[in-house]
Design a binder for this molecule. Structure first.
Ligand SMILES: [Ca+2]
Length: 151
């Protein structure tokens, strides 16, 4: 009895995993909204977002770590135009995290992850009262750095 049940269970697990993988692939373009558990404010599924001022200003979305914000601009006006075209470096107002891989966003004072961590955002979290915007690089980690914005 149990010999026939176990393989059937294993097959259904594999099928589930394949379905989840397909769903993840489809959300890469940012069209599909994330599940509530992993969605940061105004940030497409899978991305780590920074805003010029509030969540209703120009945005830049990072999909991976980025060692240098000096060559990035707030290039999305989906949720607001204020700050559009401004360099991201040292101008981060708010930030949000819509990671689908349980990645924390760690923001550093200097480029190349130098100068120490300024702040971090947990998966699904919003940083909506950042003191100073002096972030210059972003590193992703699945290890909780501690003290991150998490709601
Ligand atoms: Ca960059």
């Amino acid at each position: 009895m149990s010999m026939t049940l176990r393989p059937r269970w294993a097959r259904s697990r594999r099928a589930l995993a394949a379905t989840a993988g397909l769903a993840a692939a489809l959300t890469v373009g940012g069209v599909v909204t994330a599940s509530p558990a992993s969605a940061g404010t105004h940030c497409s599924s899978g991305y780590h977002c920074v805003f010029w001022s509030t969540f209703s200003s120009a945005r830049h979305s990072y999909f991976n770590s980025d060692s240098n914000f000096t060559n990035d601009t707030f290039n999305s006006t989906t949720y607001g135009t204020a700050g559009s075209g401004t360099t991201v470096n040292d101008n981060v107002g708010y930030a949000s995290n819509s990671s689908t891989g349980s990645y924390y966003s760690r923001y550093y004072l200097d480029i190349n992850y130098g100068g120490g961590m300024v702040f971090c955002v947990a998966p699904g979290g919003d940083a909506d009262a950042i003191v100073g915007g002096s972030a210059s690089s972003l590193s992703l980690t699945t290890s909780n750095p501690g003290g991150c914005w998490d709601d």
